[in-house]
Structure formats: C-alpha cells, structure tokens
Write a protein that binds this ligand. Sequence first.
Ligand SMILES: CCCCC/C=C\C/C=C\CCCCCCCC(=O)SCCNC(=O)CCNC(=O)[C@H](O)C(C)(C)COP(=O)(O)OP(=O)(O)OC[C@H]1O[C@@H](n2cnc3c(N)ncnc32)[C@H](O)[C@@H]1OP(=O)(O)O
Ligand SMILES: CCCCCCCC/C=C\CCCCCCCC(=O)OC[C@@H](O)COP(=O)(O)O
Length: 271
Amino acid sequence: MDVVWMLPLLLLFPLLMWTSSTFLFYFKKFFYVAWMMLLALLGIPVCLLKSGGRDVENMRVIRAMVRHVKYFFGLRIEVSGWEHLQTVGPYVIISNHQSSLDVLGMMEILPDRCTTIAKKELVYAGTVGLICWLSGIVFINRKKTSDAKSVMADAAKTMLDQQIRLWVFPEGTRNQNGDLLPFKKGAFHLAVQAQVPIVPVVFSSYNSFYLRKEKQFNSGTIKLKILPKIETKGMTSEDVSSLSDLSHSLMRTAFLEISDSVPQSNGPLKH
Ligand SMILES: CCCCC/C=C\C/C=C\CCCCCCCC(=O)SCCNC(=O)CCNC(=O)[C@H](O)C(C)(C)COP(=O)(O)OP(=O)(O)OC[C@H]1O[C@@H](n2cnc3c(N)ncnc32)[C@H](O)[C@@H]1OP(=O)(O)O
Ligand SMILES: CCCCCCCC/C=C\CCCCCCCC(=O)OC[C@@H](O)COP(=O)(O)O
C-alpha cells in the first residue's frame, strides 16, 4: 500500500485504541452502577421479607448478592489478616476509600452485624439508596459538622445497645492520589465514646488497574490487609488526635507495602 495512505491509518490506530479503552471505561462504569441498581431492586423485597424494615441484618443480603460482581471486571481480591476480625462484640472498622469499587472488597470481609457511615447524598441513589437505608447505614451531613457529630454520638450508643459494628472511611471522601489523605476525627471519637476497639483495614492502591482521570479500567488484584485491633478502653477525647495519628501511620505503612509501584495518576513514580 502507498505510504501516503498508510500514514493516516498509522495516526488513526492509536486514536482508535484510545477511544476503545475510554469506551470500555465508561461501559464498565455504567454496567457497574446499573448492575448494582438491579441487584438492589431484587434485594429490597428480600430485605423487607427477612426483617420487615430497617435492620443491620439486611447487610447479609447485600454481602451475599454483591460477591460475584468482581468476576465481571476480572478483579481478584486477596485478603490477609482474617484473624484480626475475630473480635467479639462491637468495634469500629476504618479503611481507606478510593472508589465505589471499594464495596467489592468490603463485601468480601464484612463481619456480621456491621454497617457503614456514609454521606447523606447516598440515600438518594435510587434502589441502592433504599437498600443502604434498609441495611442500617448511618447517613451524615459532612457539610454540617455539628449534625454529623450528634448522629455519630447516637451511633456510639446504638453500637453498644444493639451490638453493632460500624465501618467508617476516615479520609471522609474518595481518594486515589497514591497515598492516604489526613484522617478526619469522627471515627476515633466514635470508638472512644463507645470504648470499643478500632480494626484498621487497608485496600491496596487501585492505580495499577483503575485510573479515573485517565479513563482506565482493566482487570487486576485488590489486596486487603486487616491490621491488629487498637484498643481504646480508658481513652478520652484528649486521646483522639494521637489515636488518629497512630492509625494513619500504621495504615499508611501497610498501604505502601501492599501497593504495586506504578505511575501515579498525574504524578511521578511513587513508592
Ligand atoms: C444488593 C445490591 C446492593 C447494591 C448496593 C451495594 C452496596 C451498598 C452497600 C454498602 C455500601 C456502603 C458503602 C458506602 C460508602 C460511603 C462512603 C462515604 O460516604 S465516605 C463520606 C462519609 N463519611 C465520612 O465522612 C466519615 C469520616 N468523616 C468524619 O468522621 C468527620 O470527622 C465528620 C464527623 C464528618 C466531621 O467532619 P469535619 O470536616 O468537620 O472534620 P474534623 O474531623 O476535622 O472535625 C472537626 C472537629 O470536630 C471534632 N469531631 C469530629 N467528630 C466528632 C465527634 N463524633 N464527636 C466529637 N467531636 C468530633 C474533631 O475532633 C474536630 O475538632 P478538633 O479540631 O478540636 O479536634
Ligand atoms: C448523589 C449520589 C451519591 C453517589 C451515588 C452513586 C450511585 C451508586 C450506585 C451504584 C454503585 C454501587 C454502590 C456503591 C456505593 C458506594 C458509594 C460511594 O462510594 O460514594 C462515594 C462516597 O463514598 C464519597 O463520595 P465523595 O467522593 O466524597 O463525593
């Protein structure tokens, strides 16, 4: 073929490749949300029949229904430190938060009678919002600290009265910058108020298979490391800052240890 004709084709090829991976990114994201919405639609009547309303036991329904979703996206989830979840009674789980894909890892290890603290906007997410409400998810208004504090103080009492575990994302928002954000204090006040242990859980970086800004969503492995519990018995609000710093330091070390060295989104090589 004439080289003049080959040139535009050669230029077009990378464009087509780029377009197809971007297309795949949006397709997979759309499928993820649509599938979760459908699962929630099917799960809602199961929850209502099982518990008759809002009840943390409904988390078992979500856990059972979500576990297969990882296979659609070629994701492997490797868990270490299972023994640290064998704690009797209530505790607070804290973990880093990179994406809504975290739900897949959560549902691999979610202990019984464990629900989550989430931003209040999630309750309006259609069928997903409704099943979250039915499963006892505690919704907070992040823009009104005083409201969030009082909801979390109530949650501390409920944890003890009803023997519930709570999963909190102390970064307070999704973050994929290749490191952990500084921690907000709510999770630590919660654990100290209820005098229950904290179990840190670390998700490895998704940057090797999922990059939001670059529109990449490939298959890959998520490593989940459950760290030993941190006791809070005898602590007061004075200890919250040091408790938060200790947790952050332990989790950051584990995060860097289990995450692959990969180019970070919009940044240099890390780790
Ligand atoms: C079958 C199909 C199913 C389909 C569906 C599938 C899945 C659905 C099921 C499950 C999904 C669950 C997944 C949900 C994920 C949702 C994740 C999120 O939404 S993350 C965002 C929400 N979470 C959080 O924000 C928690 C972390 N944030 C905090 O804890 C914050 O501290 C805060 C309470 C919100 C307050 O925020 P602020 O910005 O004001 O932060 P500070 O921490 O700096 O606090 C200021 C000040 O207040 C003191 N403080 C904080 N909290 C308390 C408290 N509880 N009691 C007393 N005092 C408190 C803090 O110490 C600061 O004071 P000081 O500076 O003097 O120390
Ligand atoms: C206003 C709508 C709120 C989000 C709705 C998303 C629709 C979800 C539908 C299906 C996805 C599967 C279930 C995922 C549930 C997890 C939701 C989530 O991860 O929310 C993001 C929140 O942690 C932090 O948000 P910000 O990055 O601080 O903002």
